[in-house]
Design a protein around this ligand. Sequence first.
Ligand SMILES: NC(=O)c1ccc[n+]([C@@H]2O[C@H](COP(=O)([O-])OP(=O)(O)OC[C@H]3O[C@@H](n4cnc5c(N)ncnc54)[C@H](O)[C@@H]3O)[C@@H](O)[C@H]2O)c1
Length: 424
Amino acid sequence: MGRPVANRDLVVIGMGYVGLPLAQEATRAGLLVTGLDVSDRVVDGLNAGRSHVDDLGDADVQAMLSAGFEATQDASAIADADTVVICVPTPLTPEGGPDLGPVLSAAAAIAAHLREGQLVILESTTYPGTTSDELRPVLESGGLVAGRDFHLAFSPERIDPGNPVFGMRNTPKVVGGHTEGCTQVAADFYGRFVDTVVTTRGTREAEMAKLLENTYRHINIALVNEMARFCHELDIDLWDVIAAAKSKPFGFQAFYPGPGVGGHCIPIDPNYLSYQVQAKLGYPFRFVELAQEINAGMPAYVVRRVQDLLNEEGKALRGSSVVLLGVTYKPDIADQRESPATPIAMQLMDKGASVSFHDPHVEQWQVGSSVLSRVADLHEAVKEADAVVLLQNHRSYNADDLASIARSFLDTRGVTTHPKAVRL
Ligand SMILES: NC(=O)c1ccc[n+]([C@@H]2O[C@H](COP(=O)([O-])OP(=O)(O)OC[C@H]3O[C@@H](n4cnc5c(N)ncnc54)[C@H](O)[C@@H]3O)[C@@H](O)[C@H]2O)c1
């Protein structure tokens, strides 16, 4: 099967945290790229040179536009491309399984324009079997056959938003094709702008590799979160323990406790796997369920620790003022998806605390039905509050300075050394 001579090298479907950096790297490598998105806000913003994701600035989008990038809502752009990569969201259904709606609607858009020789790659995180059992039938509905008439592959996205060291180019890319030929064509495609491409036996292995990575992280975070609770009771500084343990040059990787897991991946992706194991095989994936339970319980544990701190001062949580510092799900980015700060604020409010927040990346913060505005003066707010909780240690914070002026300071990240700060 030859490759078509097309006007465009690449159409990326879904211009979010994953799709836009991919489009940027491909554009930088000289590929002519179109970004396809259903949102007119996203498309209009990009075409006007505005970025809506943390890892790219407006100047980056403008550089892409100068190099021929364009954004569109018109799916017919697919017909003009050599390669189509799907980067649409895979949220959870209310039952806890993956909602493949966006993936299948992107697949239907591709099927309507699919041509012989094209390469179609799924990057959205999903359960093993999605590429061959869900995506392929939709793509083949017009009569073209994967592996014979067009190429089909899965390649998990490993982007780490806000990571200054590892980006698209220097993070190895895992690729698994529907056939060996598909794997090769997809590996050649990524090889144009990624330093290292790692191939798997097929699409399922590539899909499972992504879930193994995120489940491994989820479980190890749960391990230290559970240890944090009893180390506190035993008066053992777990951060000191981890610093000692990680001096071992082999067989140990450091994970750190915190107020809970957040973001679009860690709290969600392992569910795809446990859902599939339960649905297909009828038994639970016990590690994931346990990790889920421990990590999901951390916000309530943080609230209890705030209560304990206030108690020592002879204060009740009801009527006390609590300032939360850093409400995004990781440091130095603006993404608040699944951030544990939200359940923490809601539980504090439910118990009658007066909650305010500061975050250099968030001006207005939606907590349930309330919208909170960031405190105007960080130092003043920290000084005035009955309790301060460091949830995310953004680069611009000096946690020890803040702890020194606070009445009570709970550090959920283990970054303070000031004697007034209490670590989780
Ligand atoms: N954000 C991360 O750090 C990260 C990391 C690794 C993997 N992933 C995975 O990558 C996938 C995309 O995540 P994201 O964070 O980029 O999502 P996102 O919400 O930032 O962006 C998705 C974009 O897709 C668009 N979209 C939705 N349905 C569409 C459709 N049918 N056709 C065209 N556009 C459509 C939306 O308008 C949005 O702009 C998910 O499966 C996610 O699990 C995300």
